[in-house]
Design a protein. Sequence first.
Length: 127
Amino acid sequence: METLQIVLFALQVLVALGLILLILIQHGKGADAGAAFGSGASATVFGAQGSGNFLTRLTTALAVIFLANSLGLAYLAKVRLEQTRALNLDIGTTAVTEKADAVPDIPVQVPAEPAADEALPSIPEEQ
């Protein structure tokens, strides 16, 4: 289970970096206005239509992978937490039981209550 969590975490980091790069290289909606005035931005490696369609689909696919991977990591974390809690509960009850058995019964001596006259301080008499 721990190996699966490590693999999913590594995939999460790679997909996150891929998403960051893809989002940074995409151009905004206002960038097409420059191509209309002859800046030459429409001639790209991905064809005359531009890279928008390809990059958009790739970004969407990576986003779906990122979301599914996040859900998988959250599920594994929940399962691991439940296992840890169950283990701590088992250890805790065993330790309490052993500790209660290990403590010897020591008789406690309670002092007797003082007499009524001894309980109150005496007030000196005036002369």
